[in-house]
Design a binder for this molecule. Structure first.
Ligand SMILES: C[S@@+](CC[C@H](N)C(=O)[O-])C[C@H]1O[C@@H](n2cnc3c(N)ncnc32)[C@H](O)[C@@H]1O
Length: 319
């Protein structure tokens, strides 16, 4: 594919700190490291007036979303995820950012006054409260109850081990305490910038297939589904209690074909099963007929340090 990066919004500009909303959560599978490769493969007509809609059905921490929405003037934007707590956090920042900041700053002050040992206990107290409140929690009606839970989620994300989100089979957040020296728990300025940016975004909780009616020929869709595990021990798609298995990957490939038939512009990233088995054609078969590129990635989600080296990821496009 011909790459004309000079026509795209400069990534270096975006990465500068000044005044740009950035991801507010660290999320497993976050795409910050793949952003250069993604940027070089964006459709070149993003800056003309025809591509007016942007859809991201697996928003996670939103690394690509923040870059694109900052850089291009989309008229309609839809982001989705199946994780109720994550979606609540986006909506809470959209609607109630000042209440959230007040709550989170109070937690930060209280936490930082404690000795290391007591910080450890404070972390587990918040983690227990977060898990106990999940049953029966009202994710539908926005209200003050969202502020407390979102503050807990952000607090846990900033203070847990490796800053990642992982749940067990029952949906309980189970990451241990991270023992950071002086974590910024409430990034006040960024939360305000994120809130401002989210004002023009539609945020929904649900399965990726629900985005289908929203997509038309003027839409660019970026799909970043949970990775297909490279091997049985590298299974890191526990973002939600439900599993994203090969059946889900094929259901997604079928949606990709339906949206291609609508003439939408589509991009999808995933792990490359050929890292482990050069004969594995799972995605080559599922996305047969589309452009499939293999790009280098330094992925950090494998707990086995020897396997953290250079691996390839797939970027699949229909243009
Ligand atoms: C690889 S992560 C996305 C990472 C994101 N691009 C980033 O930069 O942080 C995959 C996301 O898909 C979500 N997910 C899992 N199953 C889903 C489904 N069936 N429909 C929609 N989202 C789903 C997970 O909750 C997770 O946030």
């Amino acid at each position: 594919m011909e790459v004309k990066t000079d026509l795209l919004f400069p990534l270096e500009e975006f990465k500068k700190e000044n005044g740009r909303a950035k991801p507010f959560l660290k999320w497993a599978g976050g795409k910050s490291q793949l952003l250069d490769d993604i940027q070089r493969r964006l459709p070149l007509d993003l800056q003309d007036t025809y591509t007016t809609r942007y859809v991201e059905p697996f928003i996670g921490g939103g690394a690509v979303f923040f870059y694109l929405v900052h850089s291009y003037d989309f008229k309609h934007i839809l982001v989705m995820d199946i994780n109720e707590d994550l979606v609540m956090a986006y909506k809470c920042i959209q609607e109630r950012v000042e209440d959230l900041i007040t709550h989170l700053l109070a937690m930060e002050t209280e936490f930082k006054r404690l000795t290391n040992v007591v910080q450890h206990d404070y972390y587990y107290k918040i983690r227990d409260a977060f898990n106990q409140n999940k049953g029966g929690f009202d994710y539908i009606a926005s209200g003050a109850h969202w502020v407390e839970r979102t503050a807990q989620l952000l607090f846990l994300n900033k203070t847990c081990f490796n800053g990642l989100y992982r749940v067990n089979a029952k949906g309980g957040f189970n990451v241990p305490f991270g023992k950071y020296k002086n974590p910024t728990i409430c990034p006040t300025e960024n939360l305000r910038l994120v809130s401002k940016l989210l004002k023009k975004v539609e945020i929904r909780c649900g399965d990726f297939e629900c985005c289908e009616p929203f997509v038309d020929a003027s839409t660019f869709v970026y799909f970043d589904p949970p990775y297909r595990p490279l091997n049985k021990t590298a299974n890191f798609n526990s973002y939600a209690a439900s599993v994203f298995d090969d059946g889900s990957q094929l259901r997604l490939a079928a949606l990709f074909r339906r949206l291609d038939a609508k003439d939408a512009k589509l991009m999808l990233s995933n792990s490359d099963p050929r890292n482990e088995n050069p004969e594995d054609n799972f995605f080559d078969d599922a996305y047969n007929g589309f452009s499939i590129e293999r790009v280098k990635a330094n992925r950090m989600i494998n707990c086995n340090a020897t396997r953290r080296g250079e691996i390839k990821e797939l970027i699949i496009t229909n243009y």
